[in-house]
Design a protein around this ligand. Structure first.
Ligand code: PLP
Ligand code: TYF
Length: 394
């Protein structure tokens, strides 16, 4: 059988990380893969997570299976973190998943199981794994315009024009906050217009939220997802704990299915548990347990929020510094968008040739579409990047 296998394309983001590691230059700068780094270039274990891990080692008495849905305490805590008080708990079905990617995959599986003809509308551009998983699953994809290369912001009229082509039963994948890869986000008025259009078309919103707390704060970053979940008859939400808890390798995420009609909740919950059983049975527990310990212990939660806020504000300062440096060097405001974008990423709007020159001549690594990870910078490297950008003619 194996002789029939064909080579698969590599994940470009992970391939870039490998190329960076192999680059012998001492002053190289990694703005590639979306992992938070301190100014010293370290991806730390957050204080509260480390404390929870220490406690867990003391109190955990068994490694027996949890539930197919994952630990109920984790589900409750995460429903609270993402949805707050916006909905009653009995309107939300949920399963723990291996990372946010697991949640995305399970959501697509649910969609395909219920409606094999459903099309999934995704932003142009979106996280490459959305496209890769959809293609692997044989689900039809429709791209909607999202990013305006001219304004380096959202092309909202283009987006609405493309969503006008929705049919009942289609799904629209939206980034809850901190759009990956562009950093450009909808404002609340635009979210309201999207919700009205989806409801008019009978389309289902699916929200991927992987950076809650990295944009405008934990509550502000959840405002859009809460608005959608309250105002649409049904909503799918895939949330990741990888970034905001810094537990990437523990593979911790949650898929939520929200229904206004409470009668649908029980059967939806059963179907989510069914999908976990078909794909991997019990979801991983270690990261999920750390998250529920942090979220339900007042002291740990306060410390986690404080550290997350330091992370967020640190990235905002770097955005301001980079925009300011580029304003000075270019004598124009055309890089002001860097301070407007939110989250870990900004798409600079450089050509592939410019991106390649930054790598070859300056040792600066960014994704080929000119996405940079803001957290890969520090106060010292911001001016280096700014000068290099001007040098290659961005
Ligand atoms: N969705 C988006 C848009 C992401 O950027 C990520 C990032 O890593 C994920 C989902 C899921 O990540 P993970 O599976 O590591 O939780
Ligand atoms: O976009 C990113 O860089 C992050 C991390 O296959 C990531 O979402 C990158 C590639 C990948 C999985 C996660």
């Amino acid at each position: 059988m194996f002789e029939q296998l064909k080579e698969k394309p590599a994940d470009k983001i992970l391939a870039l990380a490998q190329a960076y590691r192999e680059d012998p230059r001492a002053d190289k700068i990694d703005l590639g893969v979306g992992v938070y780094k301190t100014p010293e270039g370290v991806t730390p274990i957050m204080r509260a997570v480390k404390a929870a891990e220490r406690q867990l080692w003391e109190v955990e008495t068994t490694k027996a299976y949890t539930a197919l849905t994952g630990d109920p305490a984790f589900l409750d805590a995460m429903v609270g973190l993402v949805l707050g008080e916006a909905l009653a708990r009995d309107q939300v079905s949920a399963i723990a998943t291996p990372g946010g990617t697991g949640a995305v995959r399970q959501a697509f599986d649910l969609i395909r199981m219920v409606n094999p003809g459903a099309r999934v509308f995704v932003s142009d551009p979106t996280w490459p794994n959305h496209l890769s998983i959809l293609a692997h699953m044989g689900i039809e994809v429709v791209m909607y315009r999202y990013f305006d290369a001219e304004t380096v912001g959202v092309d909202f009229s283009g987006m609405m024009a493309d969503l006008d082509g929705l049919r009942a039963g289609d799904v629209v994948l939206l980034h809850g906050c901190c759009h990956n890869p562009t950093g450009a986000n909808l404002n609340m008025t635009e979210w309201q217009a999207v919700v009205d259009l989806l409801n008019a078309k009978g389309a289902l919103p699916m929200i991927d939220i992987a950076y809650q707390g990295f944009g405008d704060g934990l509550e502000a970053d959840a405002a859009a997802v809460r608005y959608v979940a309250v105002n649409c008859p049904e909503t799918l939400i895939a949330a990741s704990c990888s970034k905001n808890f810094g537990i990437y390798r523990e593979r911790t995420g949650i898929l939520m299915a929200v229904a206004q009609d409470r009668a649908l909740q029980r059967v939806a919950q059963g179907n989510l548990a069914y999908l976990n059983r078909q794909n991997y049975s019990f979801p991983p527990d270690h990261g999920a347990r750390l998250v529920s310990m942090v979220l339900t212990d007042d002291a740990l939660r306060a410390d986690w929020q404080a550290e997350l806020e330091e992370v967020r504000l640190g990235m905002l300062r770097l955005r301001e510094q980079l925009a300011g440096e580029l304003r000075r060097l270019s004598g124009s405001d055309r890089f002001g968008f860097i301070a407007q974008h939110r989250g870990m990423f900004s798409r600079l709007g450089a050509t592939p040739e410019q991106v390649e020159r930054l790598r070859a001549e300056h040792g600066i690594y960014m994704i080929g579409d000119s996405r940079i990870n803001i957290a890969g910078l520090n106060e010292t490297t911001v001016p280096v990047l700014a000068r290099a950008m001007i040098d290659v003619g961005i």
